[in-house]
Ligand binder design. Structure first.
Ligand code: BT5
Length: 333
């Protein structure tokens, strides 16, 4: 595990090499600044290369870092992150069962409001209702722990505001237009590119904590995911943000997403949720459509006519409008 707050030699070397860009930084300078032997510097450079950094070494000149490494290490995400609360602490894993589980453990500790957990790969990624979330290398799998001080009914706003924040961040950093499908999907041409999962703990009518889980297929061949989903669970097509052979910067996307998320979070805290709803509706693929919603207590059909201020879907059928809090939507063809 790497974190954004326990500075390691690796992260110190990256910072020094970045400050030296585009020049070479001599091994001697590195060893003096870090108080390490030349051999130790070399060992760390080797380690950095093994975890994905592109570092050029030249005799008598030293080391040069190749820019835009696109690695999601915590020090990379922290570098230039403009948020106040979210991402104050970042935990990174090469492999983890589920970032959601780790964030839930963090919720038992003090001073973790806003902490972000990110992994390169998950072995037991989960979706809603304990469904499997396929999480190979090439995706962005992250969870955010928040301790908002408001009433539980606001919880259902979070899938909406999180998917909105992600859609806006994708558009700003990758110039890709996405659609939003109630309650928690981000799609490209109708295919799912990201999903959101909210775990909430409510105590004596107050939110104790929320863990927002976000899974983004950043650069993964959709087949790799489809092949691991049971036939009965294949409800939608799967998309990736960046196609093989193309480039895109996942660090910039995560930074922008955390910033957009924090903006909405602060709006919810100050009670102004109207804009979230308006912006979500603009990007929504659901409103105005005839839908079938599968919920844990059965199937409901009707026309999706809007979203109320808590994020519930307003479904009109037989002249009556009802609120639906959660479920899976399919559109009438
Ligand atoms: C979701 O559930 O869409 C929530 C996904 C949340 C994943 C994140 S990753 C970080 C954090 N840690 C976790 O363990 N989870 C969160 P739901 O709407 O229930 O969709 C689940 C369904 O999507 C599955 O039944 C599959 O059909 C499909 N699916 C599985 N993996 C997928 C993937 N990588 N991309 C697109 N669809 C997928």
């Amino acid at each position: 595990m790497y974190t954004s707050f326990d500075q390691t030699t690796l992260d110190k070397i990256v910072t020094l090499l970045k400050s030296g860009q585009p020049e070479f930084l001599s091994g001697e300078k590195l060893s003096k600044t870090l108080g390490l032997s030349r051999a130790a510097v070399w060992k760390n450079i080797k380690k950095l290369k093994s975890i994905g950094y592109k570092i050029e070494s030249k005799q008598n000149a030293g080391y040069k870092l190749h820019p835009n490494t696109n690695l999601l290490f915590p020090w990379e995400i922290s570098d230039g992150l403009q948020t106040g609360i979210i991402g104050g602490k970042i935990y990174y894993f090469d492999v983890i069962d589920s970032t959601q589980n780790f964030a839930l453990e963090l919720s038992q500790k003090p001073h973790e409001n806003g902490s972000v957990v990110i992994a390169e790969r998950q072995t037991q990624g989960r979706g809603r209702l304990n469904r499997k979330w396929v999480s190979p290398k090439g995706g962005i799998w992250l969870s955010i722990l928040l301790r908002p001080n408001f009433e539980p009914s606001y919880t259902s706003l979070f899938p909406m505001l999180t998917s909105l924040a992600l859609s806006v961040a994708i558009e700003k950093t990758l110039k890709i237009k996405t659609g939003l499908k109630w309650p928690n999907d981000v799609t490209i041409n109708g295919d799912k590119v990201a999903g959101i999962l909210i775990d909430a703990s409510i105590e004596s009518n107050k939110i104790d904590y929320l863990v927002i889980g976000v899974g983004i297929n950043f650069k993964i061949k959709p087949d790799k995911i489809t092949s691991q989903i049971k036939t009965g669970q294949k409800k939608y097509g799967i998309a990736t943000l960046v196609k093989q052979g193309k480039t895109g910067n996942p660090v910039k996307l995560v930074q922008q997403f955390l910033l957009e998320l924090e903006l909405h979070y602060n709006n919810v805290i100050s009670g102004s949720t109207g804009n979230i709803r308006k912006e979500w509706m603009k990007r929504s693929l659901t409103i105005g459509k005839s839908v079938t919603i599968t919920t844990t207590s059965g199937t409901i059909k009707g026309k999706a006519v809007g979203i109320d201020k808590t994020g519930a879907l307003l479904l009109s059928s037989r002249g009556k409008v009802q609120r639906v809090l959660a479920g899976d939507i399919s559109y009438k063809k």
